[in-house]
Design a protein around this ligand. Sequence first.
Ligand code: ATP
Length: 239
Amino acid sequence: MSVLEARAAVARHGLLTAVREVSLAVAKGEVLAVVGANGAGKTTLFRALAGVHPLSSGAVWLDGEDVTGLPAHMRLRRGIAMSPEGRRLFPDMTVRENLMIAGENGRKGAWTLDRVLVAFPQLVPLTGSLATHLSGGQRQAVAIARALMSNPKLLLLDEVSLGLSPAAIEGLYANLAALRAERDLAIILVEQDLDRAVSFSDRLICMLEGRIALEGRSSDLSRAAITEAYFGLTSPGEH
Ligand code: ATP
């Protein structure tokens, strides 16, 4: 069974429809990558799945339950955690405090501070540091670790690599690869680096102007098909 399902989800910003009848599903242990050009609707879709942005129509189901009417904090308690683009940590709190607060607001489960620090060993020497003093890569690691502290069933990762050095990106993806190997979580991630999106995911969706232009098993999709869907050079039926 799918952990998360979106059914014909529509989300708007005023008169602009940013997400147009998007349906998707992700199962436990599966990684779904979402790619698409700037403005394709990826962030709005994520925010709608997390309950931060309202759906105009359609539905979001978590573990066989309709959560469409639930606000973000209730979805978090049911198991949807988002690590947003921009990372939004509490800057004047320490890494430990940022993590502990997240633990209090989520579900109870196997993810504790100790386990999160095993998954993100680079944070061990930083637990007493204020979030404001961290590098971009360290902040991103805390943001993902914080999402894990809520013991999610589904982890939404928006633009993990954004603005980070190649070394920081490698480090974070090593952390994520270890997480993925546990096959316990469903993960949906937005990743601008197409090669990385393909290699790190089981399935891939390419969005174009709010719609899904292409979807399939990542290993089955050619680079050419993804690039064409990305730039809107083909109709969805052609692949
Ligand atoms: P990016 O990679 O640039 O973040 P994206 O694929 O995540 O792009 P969204 O940020 O979801 O796309 O934007 C989808 C559409 O909604 C775009 O046309 C964008 O201009 C518009 N949009 C996004 N946020 C707002 C907002 N707060 N108010 C009005 N329009 C918005």
